[in-house]
Design a protein around this ligand. Sequence first.
Ligand code: ZN
Length: 179
Amino acid sequence: MNAQINLRALGSSFLSTHHRCFAAALGGPFTHIATVPSTRGRRGQHPLYTILAGGVRLPHVLATANDRYPADDRQFHPDRFAVDSHSLDGVPRVLVIDDTWTTGARVQSLAFALKAAGAVKVGAVVLGRHVNPADGVRYEHYRLFNERLRKAPEFDESRCSMGDAGGEGLAGGGLVVED
Ligand SMILES: [Zn+2]
């Protein structure tokens, strides 16, 4: 529960601090929100959407995963996700949120599907992820990473990953997905 509250606070704070940066890059504010569908058989609403829905009052674009591709597939596939084009109206600028970024292929694949369904611009924010203490070696990796984050004096969520400061450092992460 605390993790959800923390994520909601982080998401709301990041989006309110940087929504103008996105609007400048996208030619206007976000009009819709989409979450990357789970490829691990999770059903129903994406937890991140549930967590953020109260703070981000945008219509949710529904997308479904093509089960031809396994969860650990790290390649871009134009047909990896399908988007219901009826949920995109007007001049859609879509905020994509996800909790995982490895190669970016999942977000890029969803951005492709959104554009094919009528989105004019797509911006992505990778918010955070839950780490399972039972996850052995990987948990140890995250524990060390978290320790580094806590100690890092340069952490500053007001730093923009899209502005002149570039993508360096431990700032919040947002990006505009280009064509
Ligand atoms: Zn910014």
